[in-house]
Design a protein around this ligand. Structure first.
Ligand code: SF4
Ligand code: SF4
Ligand code: SF4
Length: 290
């Protein structure tokens, strides 16, 4: 398995000494979650858009909340409002975050095993072995992993389903913060059964579909809604898992692609630094002249 530290790697690319990285022949890309794995049910029909879940997610990481965030390195979950163009009384909120796929494409795409599916359900990220190639970002069908572009040593960021809290026997912070029951945590099989029960008990007000039951082979996050899921921005996807498609492609890509991707990150950072220094110098010159 590749063991090179990412910082060392960035240094080596900066000195022009980057060598070729050979992708391993075999790697344990995904441990398929068991039937007992955990999941989260999000009921968009019940959601009132209070955004307490957003705040709880950021509070867990001591990051201040902002208005109308987009999914990025700081914001691992966001609540968006959907309104129909020609009838704004038809609306719904939608919570977006990592779907914790049962057979995740991000895990399959990662050449060093920095993304892993745990048997408990969460898909977690190990920054200590990540080399910054961002294949996980390209592979994710939900456009979830985000990169810390402005950081000196950038990491990939995404919801980890509060794996640390689950290990302590707690519920994810966002679920705990949702006081009206739009979020529910438990065994995925139980969440799936409850999702179908809610739909069957109110078929007029729910779309007859549990999003995540089959998409890309199934996800640990399940979503039910009164508005068609694709209108809420959820992609229409195959029921086949993607790793069977992505890993053969990954193996065909020469290791040099990893080097190029990392070098591009390094150059992006250098360029950004130069711009910032130029702006600071200009501001100092302006204040000296006034
Ligand atoms: S939603 Fe994307 S980031 Fe999350 S587990 Fe699936 S492939 Fe990975
Ligand atoms: S950037 Fe993504 S694909 Fe690359 S090593 Fe890190 S986690 Fe894996
Ligand atoms: S499960 Fe945890 S990390 Fe994921 S959105 Fe909820 S609070 Fe954030």
């Amino acid at each position: 398995m590749m063991t090179m530290d990412r910082r060392e790697f960035l240094k080596s690319t900066g000195m022009g000494l980057a060598g070729l990285i050979v992708l391993p022949e075999t790697i344990n890309h995904s441990e398929i979650a068991s039937e007992d794995a955990y999941g989260i049910l999000y009921d968009a029909k019940a959601c009132i858009g209070c955004r307490e879940c957003e705040s709880a997610c950021k509070g867990r990481r001591d990051i201040p909340t902002i208005n109308e965030p987009e999914l990025d390195a700081d914001n691992w979950t966001i609540i968006k409002l959907y309104q129909e163009d020609n009838n704004q009384s038809v609306y719904s909120f939608i919570k977006r975050n990592c779907m914790h796929c049962i057979d995740p494409a991000c895990v399959s795409a990662c050449p060093v095993g920095a993304m892993q599916k745990t048997p408990e359900g969460p898909v977690i990220y190990d920054e200590t072995i990540c080399i910054g190639c961002r294949y996980c970002m390209a592979a994710c069908p939900f456009d979830i992993p985000k990169y810390e572009w402005e950081e000196v040593f950038p990491r990939v960021q995404k919801c980890d389903m509060c794996a640390d809290r689950i290990a302590e026997g707690k519920h994810p912070a966002c679920v705990e913060a949702c006081k009206i029951g739009a979020l529910k945590f438990g065994r995925r099989s139980d969440m799936l059964a409850e999702a179908h029960e809610r739909i069957e008990s109110d078929p007029v007000n729910y779309v007859d579909k549990v999003y995540g039951e089959n998409e890309v082979g199934g996800t640990s996050v399940l979503i039910i809604s009164k508005v068609a899921h694709d209108k809420l921005g959820l992609p229409v996807l195959t029921s086949s898992s993607l790793p069977s498609l992505t890993w053969p492609w990954m193996k065909a890509v020469p290791g040099v692609a990893v080097v190029v991707a990392t070098l591009m990150t390094f150059l992006y950072w250098i360029t950004g630094r130069k711009l910032k220094v130029a702006v600071q110098e200009e501001s100092i010159n302006d204040s000296n002249q006034s």
